[in-house]
Write a protein that binds this ligand. Structure first.
Ligand code: HEC
Length: 190
């Protein structure tokens, strides 16, 4: 496991107070769909030694210290989120990407304290920032995929930042797949 934790999550929008992520309702289904196949006590697959369905075990990965996978209130220092959003060889799930909406939910849940109990007190809203991963996958109507960061929506175009040279490029939304158009709108949503 890498202990290097570059701050891959960039602050995106100002603090917002009207959201709350409920682990059982919002987070567990995402992990069930995308992670339990390889990280589950039930199926006995414990890739990298991690299981996320047995909450007692999962809880041991959640703490505010340097080795925990999830640091409550600190999504940008949580390795669990980093491997979901990064583009490196430890990207999770290995050959897929979570949707922008799923990543947002997980980010919110960590920001709010990463509790399994929806009635647990949330961390102060001032500590909560909506965050977006810098690099996401975008697919064109022809099925070509590029990796780029979301900058903003501009009318019917989405402005993306190219990781290779850091330059911005404007792409007509109509040239993107439906899922990518939705991702752009999700990213721009307040
Ligand atoms: C197809 C199987 C598979 C799926 C699905 C999968 N993982 Fe993994 N995961 C692995 C393997 C294999 C490793 C061990 C990699 C290693 O140690 O180099 C791993 C390791 C990890 C690690 C430790 C990474 C590190 O840097 O040491 C984390 C955190 C993780 N997975 C989270 C997730 C999350 C969260 C999901 C769902 C969003 C997920 N994984 C889905 C196979 C999978």
């Amino acid at each position: 496991m890498s202990l290097l934790r570059p701050s891959l999550i960039v602050p995106f929008l100002a603090a917002s107070s009207v959201f709350a992520a409920d682990f059982k309702k919002d987070i567990q289904p995402i992990l069930e769909r995308n992670c339990y196949e390889c990280h589950s006590e039930k199926t006995g697959k414990k890739k990298g030694g991690f299981v996320f369905d047995d909450l007692k075990t999962f809880k041991m990965d959640i703490a505010d210290n340097d080795v925990a996978q999830i640091r409550p209130g600190k999504p940008s220092e949580s390795h669990f989120l980093e491997v979901i959003v990064n583009d490196g060889k430890n990207h999770m799930p290995p050959n897929e990407n979570l949707s922008g909406a799923e990543i947002k939910k997980i980010t919110e849940w960590i920001s709010e304290g990463a509790s399994f109990d929806k009635d647990a007190p949330k961390l102060a809203p001032t500590a909560v920032k909506k965050s977006l991963p810098p690099i996401m996958s975008w697919t064109s109507t022809e099925g070509k995929t590029i990796k780029a960061g979301f900058v903003r929506l501009e009318g019917e175009n989405v402005v993306l930042r190219m990781p290779a040279n850091g330059q911005e490029a404007s792409v007509a939304l109509t040239r993107l797949s439906e899922a990518s158009q939705k991702l752009a709108r999700d990213c721009a949503a307040p």
